[in-house]
Design a protein around this ligand. Structure first.
Ligand code: ZN
Length: 152
């Protein structure tokens, strides 16, 4: 087999037949190899080396994973997300002005956002709410601690 380098795209290939050597990659027809046949430039028949190649693999589409839909319909809600939001709320209530709920709200919220990242589990908004509320309280506590640390 003779190897030809396409002058148009530098694609190396073997000519399919004795006809005009056409590049299978860019369909560039070699002028030198064409034996004065101006009429109907014959392209290599399909199925030979001249057949166009698909750049992408023609693998069949991956089978969709069975959606883990709850029996009651709809995706279930991430418990971590719910817990995070509740703790975030608890952390905001002045009476419960202790750091632990807010800290847990941030932690559970992070876990909740990870669990809800795929969209298969609901509660992403609640998890983010828990993170935000928990973080606000924690930052507030840090500010208070640093501002009043000198006073004590
Ligand atoms: Zn080419």
């Amino acid at each position: 087999m003779v190897r030809i380098i396409c002058p148009n795209c530098s694609h190396a290939f073997s000519p399919a037949s004795a006809g005009p050597a056409a590049c299978p990659k860019c369909n560039y027809v070699m002028a030198g190899a064409v034996p004065v046949a101006t009429a109907s430039p014959v392209f290599a028949p399909a199925g030979t080396a001249g057949a166009p190649r698909f750049s992408g693999t023609m693998a069949p589409p991956a089978p969709a994973p069975p959606a883990p839909v709850g029996a009651y319909g709809g995706p279930k809600t991430s418990g971590m997300a719910v817990t995070s939001m509740v703790l975030g709320i608890v952390g905001i209530v002045p009476f419960f002005m202790i750091v632990i709920p807010s800290l847990l709200a941030v932690i559970f919220g992070v876990v909740g956002t990870v669990q809800t990242r795929t969209g298969l589990v609901k509660g992403r908004g609640m998890a983010i709410s828990g993170i935000v509320m928990g973080a606000v309280v924690l930052i507030g506590w840090l500010v208070v601690v640093f501002v009043f640390a000198d006073e004590f």
